[in-house]
Design a protein around this ligand. Structure first.
Ligand SMILES: [Zn+2]
Ligand SMILES: [Zn+2]
Length: 207
């Protein structure tokens, strides 16, 4: 049976509004099987969340790195990777630490994504749906056209309500499943529309 993971969540160790404890509690309450806390250029929250890792609730270590070329998620990474490095170097460092590199919101119109660099750098997956993206310059279908890596998604939650609006469904270990490309994407479009309206009203404050 496939299990459901939200692999892109921010805590109050970066610009999220909630504590790691609240995030874990809420994620369990809504029935997720695990999460990754991926704070901007920071692993403290992620490491703290690892204390809640258990048989029934898997916590994957992670970080969202502000590379020179755009945001990159490193899953399976337990230490800070310097920000401001090129995408190539950032991905290399993630791999050296045994993690997987995911291009976060690559074509987000507002926030920094790596864009066409996904076709040139050795990413393990690309986030084609991001719960926090209001508008993309490229559709998920055309992003995947000519790209031979798996598509994933994440809520990019910055508050509890957003957790779980975009999850991956995998069998077994989530990192291994992404490596193998055996990932199903589940997005709750209705809820994300609500979120988009909310963000439009508050744009500026939440980015
Ligand atoms: Zn980002
Ligand atoms: Zn993010």
């Amino acid at each position: 049976m496939r299990k459901r993971f939200d692999i892109h969540i921010h805590s109050n160790y970066s610009d999220g509004s909630d504590s790691v404890e609240e995030i874990v509690k809420y994620s369990k309450k809504i029935g997720l099987d695990g999460i990754a806390i991926t704070d901007h250029d920071e692993v403290e929250g992620s490491l703290r969340a690892m204390e809640f890792n258990s048989e029934n609730f898997r916590v994957i270590p992670g970080i969202e790195i502000s590379s020179l070329d755009g945001h990159i998620l490193g899953l399976g990474v337990e230490e800070v990777i310097d920000k401001g490095l090129s995408a190539i170097e950032t991905v290399e460092r993630i791999h050296k630490l045994g993690g997987i590199a995911i291009a976060a919101h690559p074509y987000d119109r507002i926030r920094q994504g790596v864009g066409d660099i996904i076709y040139k750098v050795d990413f393990d997956a690309v986030e084609i749906y991001n719960g926090h993206t209001i508008s993309s310059t490229k559709s998920p279908g055309s992003i995947m056209d000519g790209l031979n890596i798996p598509a994933v998604c994440g809520s990019d939650a910055h508050c509890l309500d957003e957790i779980g609006i975009a999850v991956i469904k995998v069998k077994g270990d989530p990192i291994e499943a992404i490596r193998k490309g055996d990932v199903i994407i589940e997005e709750h479009i209705k809820k994300s529309r609500v979120l988009k309206n909310y963000l439009r009203k508050r744009m500026g404050r939440l980015f």
